[in-house]
Ligand binder design. Structure first.
Ligand SMILES: Nc1nc2c(ncn2[C@@H]2O[C@H](COP(=O)(O)OP(=O)(O)OP(=O)(O)O)[C@@H](O)[C@H]2O)c(=O)[nH]1
Ligand SMILES: [Mg+2]
Length: 448
């Protein structure tokens, strides 16, 4: 068993901005605000797909982005929501926060979907900001940024298919021919001493995992050869590919080999003996005359076993075998590895939703950095190019105690304050124009 791991970025879509528009009608000289809301950004969602066996489709370091929401429009029209980005993963995939190492999700069963990066809320259009005092709000909200996080996907790779056979029949050669695995291959028995796993590309971008284990001989279940210590690897597979050397090079009788190995499987475990088998005649390129294979094939087919003659060296018959294995695998249910069963998605930036919870630090350059999830979100949703929106933000920051706390922290007139990517100069609160505060009364009532 080995572990398939990859680190990727998840970037949810931001919400679309709310619209800043006013009604224009023939007989109404100055219509009221009618800016609609932006659409919500798409989330990044993981979905379990039982046809997958590996995480090979994920490119390390790649950013997987969901689309943003459309902007709102006039006449109170909503922007369209951005579609979710659905990422398919094999059952048994665990998702960890790459920074903290915290387990975010166990994706174990079908159907299962988990949101791992939430899309941003759409910004509200100016219709939402009408108050008794201000009938014509000249600003709208920007969309909320989508959540971004770096995650590590981890999958304990279990083999779907096990290669079975006497030593030297060509098991490792077959694995090397159909996967990127590079097991040792040589013309003597027991070349393979430990199991090798390879990922085999099959049809339609799907793949499966194949295990090559050391060869078996008579009395392996009693310890002969390398014994049966590796059979437990085969026991967890769903299908066995049983290689028989029909070239005559080994001097062994394929029928006898078949019987011996199956008796060893029986002796090892009932579960292993019960697994479906596909019979492969290997090293057929060596045979000049193949008529001898006809009765042999009939023998197996009469027992309901399918036979595939191959040469892993020339490639003859190999693709047919792989496609057949893939078809078979789809008929055999996959047992899902037992995971911890916890599913705790801690994403939501809505979890810590109180803008009064923030911290202040001074960075190396003397900049006062105000951090707090909800607070930063409000700043991100403020259109800094719009003086009305900026004034509203000032009022909000004051209400949440940002300026008071900055003062307590030792902020001096002219200090740079940073919230998220927005910077402004600190102005002593007491110097504020009382009139302006009054003018902004409308904002006292609106909630975030
Ligand atoms: N001509 C021919 N030779 C093959 C073919 N497949 C394997 N061989 C040769 O057979 C020998 C044994 O191949 P391996 O793949 O190491 O056999 P194995 O079953 O993995 O053997 P162990 O690891 O010892 O159990 C090597 O010399 C291979 O080159 C084939 O299709 N045709
Ligand atoms: Mg080998």
């Amino acid at each position: 068993m080995f572990i398939d791991e990859v680190e990727i970025w998840l970037m949810a879509g931001s919400g679309g901005s709310g619209a800043l528009t006013f009604r224009t009608e023939k007989h109404v000289p100055r219509g009221g605000p009618d800016g609609g809301d932006g659409g919500h950004g798409g989330s990044v969602v993981f979905e379990v797909d039982s046809n997958l066996s590996t995480l090979l489709d994920y490119r390390p370091g790649k950013k997987y982005r969901a689309e943003r929401g459309e902007n709102g429009m006039g006449k109170r029209q909503y922007g369209k929501n951005g579609p979710d980005l659905v990422l398919k993963v094999p059952p048994g995939t665990q998702v960890f926060d790459a920074e903290s190492g915290e387990l975010l999700a166990d994706l174990s069963h079908v159907p299962q979907k988990e949101v791992l990066a939430a899309g941003g809320r759409g910004g509200r259009g100016n219709v939402h900001f009408v108050t008794s005092v201000h009938q014509t709000p000249k600003f709208a909200e920007k969309g909320e940024p989508g959540e971004e996080r770096r995650v590590k996907l981890s999958l304990k790779l279990l083999a779907d298919v096990g290669l079975l056979g006497f030593p030297n029949v060509g098991k490792s050669t077959l694995l090397a021919a159909v996967s990127a695995a590079r097991p040792k291959i040589a013309d003597y028995p027991f070349t393979t001493l430990v199991p090798n796993l390879g990922v085999v590309p099959a049809a339609d971008h799907h793949n499966f995992v194949m295990a090559d284990v050391p060869g078996l001989i008579e009395n392996a279940s009693e310890g002969a050869g390398l014994g049966i210590q590796f059979l437990k690897h085969l026991e967890r597979t769903r299908l066995l590919v049983h290689l028989l050397d029909v070239s005559g090079l080994s001097g062994r009788d394929p029928l006898e080999d078949f019987g011996i190995i199956n008796r060893e499987l029986d002796a090892f475990s009932e579960d292993l003996a019960k697994l479906p088998q596909i019979v492969v005649f290997s090293r057929i390129d060596v045979l000049g005359d193949r008529t001898g294979l006809v009765p042999l094939r009939q023998f197996f087919e009469a027992r309901g076993l399918e036979v595939f003659p191959i040469s892993a060296v020339t490639g003859e018959g190999v693709r047919d075998l792989i496609l057949h294995v893939w078809t078979k695998l789809q008929e055999i249910p996959k047992e899902v590895p037992k995971l911890s069963g916890v599913v705790h998605i801690t994403n939501n930036n809505r979890a810590d939703d109180d803008p009064k919870h923030f911290t202040i630090t001074r960075d190396d350059e003397g900049v006062l950095v105000v951090s707090g999830k909800a607070l930063e979100r409000v700043v991100a949703m403020t259109d800094m190019g719009n003086e009305y929106a900026v004034r509203r933000l000032q009022r909000q920051l004051e209400r949440w105690g940002v300026f008071t706390k900055l003062k307590t922290f030792g902020a001096q007139e002219g200090d740079t304050v940073r919230i998220r990517t927005t910077e402004f100069d600190y102005v002593d609160e007491d110097a504020w124009d009382a009139e302006e505060v009054e003018d902004d009364e409308e904002f006292e009532t609106d909630t975030v």
